[in-house]
Design a protein. Sequence first.
Length: 235
Amino acid sequence: QHAALLKSERLATIGRMTSLITHELRNPLSSINLNVEMLAEALQERGIDASDEEIRPLLETVIEEVDRLRDITEEYLIYARLPSPKTQAENLDDIVQGLIDFHQWEWSQHGVEVVVIIDDTPLRVEADANQMRQALLNLIKNAVEASSPGDEVVVRVARVDGVARVAIEDQGEGIPPDGLERLFEPFFSTKSQGTGLGLPMTQQIIEEHGGELSVESEVGRGTRFCFELPIAKPH
Ligand code: ADP
Ligand code: MG
């Protein structure tokens, strides 16, 4: 009880801090972006070709790095400001299918195919559709990032024992035991450009929906994340 309280206080403090910091970063980042574009134009006006092979990569690097920082700060903000879910009856199979259709092209660029298996349709659950999409996206993104080209990620949706079950299974690198212990700690990441916020955010979303997020993994074989959601009551 005591430990749980301390943990939630710490999370709240982290939340307030990240919110402050990322907020302060937003405006300067937009300003850098804008100024690089203006710089390119100014060069052009002075007869210096900004698409020149020496200059262009420099400008592109600045723009790419700014984009990356913006993505990271967005992830921090989403986590820091995660509201309580506003749930209503939703078709879980539609949410999953729609999300995967939307991102499939991007994932295929990694050489990874995300396969959906829907055992029961329609599968009505009580959910906040946006938050559910965010949770699924975090899990599938991790699965794709852990995979090698040619691997498959399988997302399975089924009705089991009166609940809806979603499983995300990859054939990627797997997670060693010490990693499994720390998986849900905010900021735990083994990636050079990871935030370590995807899983804590996902766990919070699933738990607020009355579900539980579990994981099984074997190094060199792959990883399976799984969660259950309550079925929506018929009206
Ligand atoms: P991030 O993706 O930014 O590193 P996450 O909270 O999403 O942060 O994940 C934390 C860590 O958990 C990852 O850095 C990785 O080491 C591990 N992890 C999560 N999902 C998987 C997976 N499907 N396969 C292997 N490792 C994983
Ligand atoms: Mg992640």
